[in-house]
Design a protein around this ligand. Sequence first.
Ligand SMILES: NC(=O)c1ccc[n+]([C@@H]2O[C@H](COP(=O)([O-])OP(=O)(O)OC[C@H]3O[C@@H](n4cnc5c(N)ncnc54)[C@H](OP(=O)(O)O)[C@@H]3O)[C@@H](O)[C@H]2O)c1
Length: 338
Amino acid sequence: MTVMSAVTSNTEVQTMKAIAQTVYGGPEVMGLVEVAKPTPQETEVLVKVRSASVDAGVWHLMRGTPFLIRLIYGGLRRPKHPILGSAIAGEVEAVGADVTQFQPGDRVFGDLSESGFGGFAEYVCAPETAIAAQPTNLTAEAAAIVPVSGVSALQALRDVGQLQPGQRVLIIGAAGGVGSFAVQIAKALGAEVNGACSAHKTDQVQQLGADRTLDYSDPALTQPDQPYDLILDTAAYRDFADYLPALKPGGTYVMVGGSTAAFFRAMLLGPWVGKRRDRQVKCLAAALNQADLLTLKTMIEAGQVTPLCDLTYPLAQVPDAIRAIEQRQVVGKVAITL
Ligand SMILES: NC(=O)c1ccc[n+]([C@@H]2O[C@H](COP(=O)([O-])OP(=O)(O)OC[C@H]3O[C@@H](n4cnc5c(N)ncnc54)[C@H](OP(=O)(O)O)[C@@H]3O)[C@@H](O)[C@H]2O)c1
């Protein structure tokens, strides 16, 4: 499939391989293309991508659903950003004149979701604030799965959920991208961790460090023996109100993601319904933050968090990687190897 052609007859133009799309749709709309290699602006770094990762946000952007995502990122009728890919790890190849933090050869990881994406390519330009030195004890594949999912888990637990040592937390979707980081980060923050996932994934969630696992059909999900201080819902496929009885008075439910309907119900009605029942209902809006990338680097180097990379695919098979995530075949994350 020819998706785009930025290659001109000018043989001076350096090119690179990328996975791109010009219309919204399923993984079949993506194809391997040859495009011009980017050049960094003054404040940008040119990264030779060693690995990128796939997360739920990628398939939302690929499909253009929910529709709101088209308003947020632009591209009402067709994708504004033909090359997706937010989370990357790689090596700095060149830096703009005003870059102060990095130099060629540095190994970095980062999140391109606020700078136009482009991670599914051999090279990408990123503002220096979007990247950080990668954890020294990780391969590029393991580092590339950290930036979006790890930062989201950290911000949901620490900032939105205000998790304290000794508290009981329930993580719903514990085998997912965000969930697999949340289990480990919650343990590192000193919590007692309960992880909910599909029945055949409970062993892996236990290995991540969960004190207890339960599958989605377990009644203890909404009626536990002992109520939770915090519920982190990364798989919101039932109504937030179902979980309120499972919280202690004053406890907090944090909606991270799931179905669009469930997310909007929690966002619009959650604060009001929660207040009436003496519970807090909050929604995460994760934001790229270089300091949080460095916090995760420290936790990873200290052995508190180990990114769980389940599958790897070459660049040309990004569509297969997205299918695997959509079809819930993955435990943890999927990485793209370049
Ligand atoms: N608000 C924010 O700022 C923010 C930031 C990051 C992500 N998100 C959102 O958070 C959600 C999770 O992201 P992720 O990257 O962790 O996704 P993921 O890797 O695909 O994980 C999703 C999890 O949802 C579980 N699940 C339960 N019922 C499901 C159903 N009916 N259909 C599909 N999955 C179901 C799956 O459980 P099993 O694996 O046990 O089968 C899976 O572990 C996504 O909706 C994403 O868009 C939001």
